[in-house]
Design a protein around this ligand. Sequence first.
Ligand code: ZN
Ligand code: ZN
Length: 370
Amino acid sequence: MFNLFELSGPYGLLLFLAGIVGIIASIRYLFRTTPISSVHAGKVHDGCKFDRAEVRRTSMLATPPIDLSNLPPPDARVVAELAGVQIANVEKALKELTGETNVTVGGKSVQITSRNTYHKNLDLAMAYLEEFYAGLGVKTTRVQYMQRGKKFYNLEAIFPGKVTPDKVIVIGAHLDSTAGDPWRLEAVAPGANDDGSGTVSLKEIAKVLVKLNLGNTVRLVHFTGEEQGLWGSYTYSDKLAEDKTRVIAMFEMDMVGHCHKPGNRLDIHDDLDRNGSHALVVDLVRNVARYGLQLNPVDTHNHAVHDRSDNAGFLDHGWKAVLISQEFSDDGWDPNYHSVNDRIASMNLPFMVETIKMVIATVCDYAGIR
Ligand SMILES: [Zn+2]
Ligand SMILES: [Zn+2]
């Protein structure tokens, strides 16, 4: 009869080693994580601290010029669509997403109190978005990735181009939220500005894109795991690179709902023209002038929010990408950032509507509406 404990010599040692290997493999399986490309190596995400030293260092550098002459006339179809972006719609969507009003998801009335990465309501919020896109007749896909043994999803909605569908424009926002303690389960994390504002912006953009004939493809992507360190957008951008996708532009909208200074200043970060991303800033700023929007977009011309949002992964892969966000300075900063007070009451919805219009006009140009 075989008795494991009586084995000795080389067989016993082999069995012992096999056992160790088995235990390590099981632990690794329990904590399995989708591998992240080496292009993102060396990134440190230290809780979204704003790098003031970087702002001081770059404040004396000349900002690349933006020529506002020879603007093309506004496109009548775009003008008509911009008129449809209304404060009331944005406010209603924000209330639903931040738990201020109940929503019907899967036939049940629910309250989305938190979109914290570890809260079950994050899934509810994603289902809510899926129902929204289904209502428009737009197909969505949950793109899965793993982190520490748990499955997470980014949600993508694809609007295929009719002429050159292989040319892709990505517009991103993150669906997850935090009230300041992202590594724990937070029961209340409204995240109205961060990043309910970007999420609702994507909904408004979808409502326009679905009505237009696009030459190139547009992907609207709701990323997750942003607050823990850009988990979703790193894996998503890696997959695009692996598939040899031609990303011609990436626009991330993160915290676009707070501005309490006159002039509606909005920051656009191109990481000091990394990969030629200043070209996107130029097109956004020119469209503000072309369509007479009430915005003051500013090229921040520094790395101060480098790797702080979902555009980072796209820059790492060599694509043009910008972060569109609120003013990152001492007095422009949202005091309710990463707190339970990040609610609609502290937002500036007319400012947010103008920002959405700027992105719609620019995406229409990049997608080549026909
Ligand atoms: Zn954010
Ligand atoms: Zn955040």
